[in-house]
Design a protein around this ligand. Structure first.
Ligand SMILES: *[C@@H]1O[C@H](CO)[C@@H](O)[C@H](O)[C@H]1NC(C)=O
Ligand SMILES: *[C@@H]1O[C@H](CO)[C@@H](O)[C@H](O)[C@H]1NC(C)=O
Ligand SMILES: *[C@@H]1O[C@H](CO)[C@@H](O)[C@H](O)[C@H]1NC(C)=O
Ligand SMILES: *[C@@H]1O[C@H](CO)[C@@H](O)[C@H](O)[C@H]1NC(C)=O
Ligand SMILES: *[C@@H]1O[C@H](CO)[C@@H](O)[C@H](O)[C@H]1NC(C)=O
Ligand SMILES: *[C@@H]1O[C@H](CO)[C@@H](O)[C@H](O)[C@H]1NC(C)=O
Ligand SMILES: *[C@@H]1O[C@H](CO)[C@@H](O)[C@H](O)[C@H]1NC(C)=O
Ligand SMILES: *[C@@H]1O[C@H](CO)[C@@H](O)[C@H](O)[C@H]1NC(C)=O
Length: 583
C-alpha cells in the first residue's frame, strides 16, 4: 500500500526532471477527450477540437471558431456537419457533438471548390456533397492553419433496420499516406492548392517527432477515457505483444474465439475457437464504424453460444436480459477473442480479448423506441470491419511515413481508469515498432474490480459488495439476489476488487518505474538505437483455412468495395491528372 501510493507521487517530479532538458525537442500532442457519452448505439466517447480561423496574425479567440466533439478516425479531411444538416432531424441526436458553420467571411476567401460524398458503409453513413476547405484546426492550443477540412450540409445514417437518423458527430482525421491533400484547379500543377493534414503539419514544423498517431478509444460505460496522441502514444494502453501491418484494410484476422480469463466459465465450455466462418480474412480496424461488422455466418456462430436473439425487425442481436446467463457473462471475465498474426517472428499469435462487459451496448432512439441492450455483431458481407465495439479493447496506431500500423491488446480500466497508467511516449520518425508493457497477468489485473469471478464450485458465500468504489461492483446483483445463484454463484465484485486493487497498485507502481528506467536507458542509448526495420512477416500457426480463404476471395462478395467505401482514399486523393476542382 505504501509503495503503491508513494511511487505515483514522486513520479511526476521524476518525469519532469528527466524531460526538462529536452523540452524544446519535438513532443507528442495529446488530444483531449469529451466526457459526454454518445449514442444511439454506444455509449461512445469522442475528442474535442476547435475549427475555424484563417489568420495567423490574429488571436484565434477573436476569429469565429467552433469547438466540437468528433470521433477520431478516417483519413485526409476532418469532417464536421453544419447546423443545416440537422434541420430534418429535430429533437434527435443529430449534431450532438456540436455543429460548425464556417464564418462566411472566412469561407469567401476559400479557393477550394471540391465536393465529394462521404460514405462509410459499415456505419450506414452517407453525407453527400460535402464541401472541402482549408481552415484552422486547433487542438490543445496548437493550430494548423489551412488544415484540410470538410463541412457537410446534409447527411444521414441508415441503421441496419432501415431507421434513418441525422449524424451525431463528425470526424477528426488521423492522417493520410500523404502530408498534404492536394486540390487541383486546372491542369497546371503550380496552381494546385495544398491543404496540410493536421499531424503532418505539426511534424513538418518540428512540433511533434513523427507523422503518426496512437489511439485507444477507452470505454464510455466504464468511464474509462480514451487516449489519442499525434507523434506518440500512451504506453499505458498497450499490452505486448504488438502486431504490425502495412495495409490498413488488410489486417489479417486469423480467427475469432471465446474464453474466460479466470474463474469458472459461464459457458458450457472453457474455450471455443474457429468461430470466424470465412477462415483467415482481411479485416479493417475502423474507429468511425461502430460495430463488429462480420459475415452473418460468423455472427450466428458467436450468437449461438450466447443468450442473444437476432431481432428480425431491429436487425440487431439483442441480449436476453432476463436470462441469468446474460448478467453472468457480461459481468464475468468472459471475452470474445480475435487472433492476428505476430509480426516479430514470434510463433504465437497476437490475441486481442474483448470482454463481454464491453459488448453490453445500448440501442436507443431512433433505432429503438426504448433503450435495449444489444450485442454489437452486425451481419455485413462486404469485408470485415472491426469498429468501436472492438477498439474499446484494442490499441491502434500508425506511423504514416514508415507505413506501419500497430494493433495490440489494450488494458481494462485499471483502478484509476487510466489503464496501466498514463505514460505518453514519443514515436520517432520512421519508427516501425512501438513497445507496450509485458506481463502475462496485466490484462487480468487491469480488469480487477470491474468484473466478477464465476465461482467454480459452490464455494462459501463471499461478502456482499458494500461500496461504490469500483466501476460496477454492484452489477452482478442487478437481478434478484439469490434467484440466479442456486448452483454456481457470482461473487460480490468489490471484496475481490478491493483485495486485487492493492496488488495492482503495487504492480503498476513497479511497472511505471520500470517504464521510466527503460525510457531513460533508451534515451541514453538513443544514438546507438537501431530501429527494427524487419519486414512484416506473418506466421499462421494453428490456422490453415486456405481453402476457405480462397472461396472468400472468389466467392463473389464485393470485397473490393470495402476500401472504397471505408477509406475515402480513392475518392479523396484528387489526382492531378483528373481535375476535380473547378473555379
Ligand atoms: C463572425 O465574426 C463577425 C465579426 O468578427 C461577426 O460579425 C459575425 O456575426 C460572426 N459570425 C458568426 C457566425 O459567429
Ligand atoms: C447517399 O445519399 C444521396 C442523397 O441522399 C443519394 O443520392 C446517394 O445515392 C446515396 N449514396 C449511397 C451510396 O447510398
Ligand atoms: C492559407 O492559404 C491561403 C491561400 O492559399 C494563403 O494566402 C494563406 O497565407 C494561408 N494561411 C496560412 C496561415 O498559411
Ligand atoms: C505541402 O504543401 C506545401 C504548400 O504547398 C508545400 O510547401 C509542401 O512541400 C508540401 N509537402 C509535401 C510533403 O508535399
Ligand atoms: C489493401 O488491402 C485491400 C483489401 O485486401 C486491397 O483491396 C488493397 O488493394 C490493398 N491496398 C494496397 C495498397 O495494397
Ligand atoms: C449493461 O449495460 C447497461 C447500460 O450501460 C447497464 O445499465 C447494465 O447494468 C449492464 N448490464 C450488466 C449486467 O452489467
Ligand atoms: C486474475 O485476477 C484476479 C483478481 O481480479 C485474481 O484473483 C486471479 O487469480 C487472476 N488470475 C490469474 C490467472 O492471474
Ligand atoms: C446495488 O445498488 C443499488 C442502487 O445503487 C442499491 O439500491 C442496492 O442496495 C445495491 N445492492 C447491494 C447488494 O449493495
Amino acid at each position: 500500500m505504501e509503495l503503491s501510493s508513494a511511487v505515483p507521487c514522486f513520479l511526476p517530479f521524476l518525469v519532469t526532471l528527466l524531460l526538462s532538458p529536452a523540452s524544446a525537442a519535438p513532443n507528442r500532442l495529446v488530444v483531449p477527450w469529451d466526457t459526454t457519452k454518445f449514442g444511439p448505439d454506444g455509449p461512445w466517447q469522442a475528442v474535442r477540437i476547435t475549427l475555424g480561423g484563417d489568420d495567423n496574425r490574429m488571436a484565434l479567440g477573436s476569429q469565429n471558431v467552433s469547438e466540437v466533439s468528433v470521433y477520431p478516425g478516417g483519413t485526409y479531411s476532418s469532417r464536421v456537419f453544419t447546423k443545416a444538416a440537422c434541420d430534418n432531424y429535430p429533437n434527435s441526436l443529430c449534431g450532438i457533438g456540436g455543429t460548425w458553420d464556417p464564418d462566411t467571411d472566412q469561407l469567401s476567401r476559400q479557393r477550394i471548390q471540391y465536393r465529394d460524398d462521404w460514405i462509410i458503409e459499415a456505419a450506414g453513413l452517407n453525407a453527400s456533397d460535402t464541401r472541402h476547405l482549408a481552415l484552422g484546426l486547433t487542438i490543445q492550443g496548437q493550430t494548423v492553419w489551412n488544415a484540410t477540412l470538410a463541412t457537410c450540409d446534409t447527411g444521414h445514417i441508415t441503421y441496419p433496420n432501415g431507421e434513418i437518423g441525422g449524424v451525431p458527430l463528425g470526424s477528426l482525421s488521423l492522417g493520410a499516406p500523404e502530408m498534404n491533400q492536394t486540390f487541383t484547379l486546372n491542369d497546371e500543377v503550380e496552381d494546385n492548392i495544398n491543404a496540410p493534414l493536421f499531424a503532418a503539419q505539426l511534424f513538418q514544423d518540428g512540433y511533434i517527432p513523427s507523422y503518426s498517431y496512437g489511439l485507444h478509444i477507452g470505454s464510455a460505460s466504464f468511464d474509462y477515457p480514451g487516449s489519442l496522441a499525434f507523434g506518440g502514444y500512451n504506453k499505458g494502453r498497450v499490452i505486448e505483444p504488438v502486431t504490425s501491418f502495412r495495409n490498413e484494410s488488410a489486417l489479417k484476422l486469423l480467427d475469432i474465439g471465446m474464453g474466460v480469463e479466470y474463474g469458472a466459465s459461464p459457458f458450457k465450455f472453457e474455450r471455443r475457437e474457429e468461430l470466424l466462418s470465412t477462415g483467415v480474412s482481411d479485416a479493417r480496424a475502423e474507429p468511425l464504424a461502430p460495430y463488429l461488422s462480420l459475415p452473418s455466418k460468423t455472427c450466428d456462430n458467436i450468437a449461438s453460444l450466447l443468450p442473444v436473439t437476432y431481432d428480425p425487425v431491429l436487425k440487431y442481436y439483442l441480449w436476453d436480459t432476463d436470462d441469468q446467463l446474460y448478467t453472468k457473462i457480461v459481468t464475468s471475465p468472459a471475452y470474445l477473442s480475435f487472433a492476428f498474426p505476430s509480426s516479430r517472428g514470434d510463433p504465437d499469435n497476437v490475441i486481442i480479448k474483448v470482454p463481454f462487459a464491453l459488448l453490453n451496448l445500448t440501442l436507443d432512439h431512433p433505432i429503438s423506441e426504448s433503450p435495449k441492450q444489444y450485442f454489437p455483431c452486425v451481419p455485413y458481407e462486404h469485408g470485415i470491419i472491426l469498429g468501436r465495439a472492438f477498439l474499446q479493447a484494442a490499441f491502434l496506431g500508425r506511423n504514416w511515413r514508415s507505413g506501419t500500423s500497430w494493433l495490440a491488446q489494450a488494458p481494462g480500466p485499471g483502478i484509476a481508469r487510466e489503464g496501466l497508467g498514463e505514460q505518453y511516449a514519443n514515436i520517432p520518425d520512421d519508427d516501425t515498432n512501438i513497445v507496450g508493457f509485458e506481463g502475462d497477468d496485466l490484462f487480468n489485473q487491469s480488469w480487477a474490480g470491474h468484473w466478477s469471478i464465476v465461482a467454480s464450485q459452490a464455494t462459501n458465500d463471499e461478502t456482499k459488495p458494500g461500496g461504490t468504489n469500483g466501476a460496477k461492483p454492484n452489477d452482478s446483483d442487478g437481478t434478484e439476489p439469490g434467484s440466479i445463484e442456486a448452483s454456481d454463484s457470482i461473487s460480490g465484485g468489490l471484496s475481490t476488487a478491493a483485495k486485487a486493487g492493492m496488488g495492482v497498485g503495487v504492480a503498476i507502481g513497479a511497472i511505471v518505474l520500470f517504464g521510466v528506467l527503460t525510457w531513460l536507458w533508451r534515451r541514453r542509448s538513443a544514438s546507438g538505437k537501431t530501429p527494427d526495420s524487419q519486414p512484416v512477416t506473418y506466421d499462421y500457426k494453428y490456422y490453415h483455412h486456405s481453402q476457405q480463404n480462397e472461396s472468400l476471395r472468389n466467392g463473389g462478395a464485393p470485397v473490393h468495395e470495402l476500401p472504397e467505401h471505408i477509406s475515402a482514399e480513392p475518392i479523396e486523393i484528387p489526382d492531378t491528372s483528373t481535375p476535380r476542382v473547378g473555379l
